[in-house]
Design a protein around this ligand. Sequence first.
Ligand code: UDP
Length: 413
Amino acid sequence: MSRLEAYEQVVGHQEIERLRQLARGLAGKRVVHVNSTRVGGGVAEILSWMVPLMKELGIDAHWEVIQGPPEFYRVTKAIHNNLQGLPVPLTDKDLELHKAVNEENAARLDLEADVVIVHDPQPVFLPVYTKSTRVGRWVWRCHVDASRPTRRVWKHLEEAINQYDAAIFHMAAFTRPLRCPMFLIPPSIDPLSDKNRPLPENERLEILEQLGVDHDRPLLVQVSRFDRFKDPVGVIQAYRLIKPYYPDIQLVLAGGPADDDPEGPEVLRQVMDHAGADRDIRVLMLPPDSHVQINALQRSATIVLQKSIREGFGLTVTEALWKGKPVIGGACGGITLQVHDYHTGFLVYSVEGAAYRIRYLLRYTDKRQRMGRLGHEFVREHFLLTRHLRDYLIMLLLVERKDVARLPSAFAA
Ligand code: UDP
């Protein structure tokens, strides 16, 4: 079975047919994606399904990776942080290195294409150093919240971004005024990946047992890095407020090792302190490839929490909704696109608000089930990879047109 046929079982014939129809207008067009790594991170994950699916649809799609010395990645990480508003020091030499590595890569990479899609700031200077005749159109795909960058870094990046024919952001709140047209394309999840595929009941129960979670009792789950902005301590506080009313409730906070995040160990320590000796709170440190374990936890939850106080998109929310779980989410970033009060869950602004909504949902099983059904359908319609691909095809068709510059400056595909 081809990949597209496999997805047809999930999203239906019509959706796949729509993709085929849209792709007809792009048959044989050469589309090159460029990012900075082939493995690890969300962008690589997206490209590893998107490029083969584009090929299957008859597009001559390719994936190129920019390369540089270790120093380059330190600089681009600092640029990335500044783009998101975190002022990390950068010298003039650092910014020159960013450009120089782009210049070398512009000569090395095979960028001859109808459209080149450049992901994130690392390779953003490629159009500045590539002969204009080799590339039909340039598109910049920004995967982070770029609405409040530091001035210096924005000035540096703007020189490159002004060379693009279009830009793509997750959502309107993440954009900045740009000269080129902008497309709004939120991310998506893969319904057939280990993290999201249906899980046989015996496999789910076996995993719960391995993780030391009781399958008979109500369960609250938050899956996220141990990061202050994900507010794991707030989740424990909310749990504590409802524990007297639901003594058999359990809480799982699952996250990965946080060695690469200097604040991670400190946040984890705070979480452990707050958890104390409560045997109904399980703080799980899972290895990075624990996709099936996360799948099992999300599927076993009575309610999923994502009580963030700042968030990018919140793929954990999408994953939980897809599994038919109501989500109580902090009202920020992409969570507000996914959680709709009384429909797919509740948006909350405080520990007390979270506790109040947990009590409500624990009390009304029918409402939980109804929200779960709505959430699953909502994700099917808006946040699966087939919709993501459809948006890209529409963007490519529009960008390919000669009059792309006359598109409205903010354009939702
Ligand atoms: N995740 C994981 N292991 C962990 C914590 C998170 O695999 O220990 C996954 C989670 O299932 C989701 C992604 O990492 O797919 C996190 O994406 P999200 O947008 O929620 O948050 P981010 O970490 O990008 O801020």
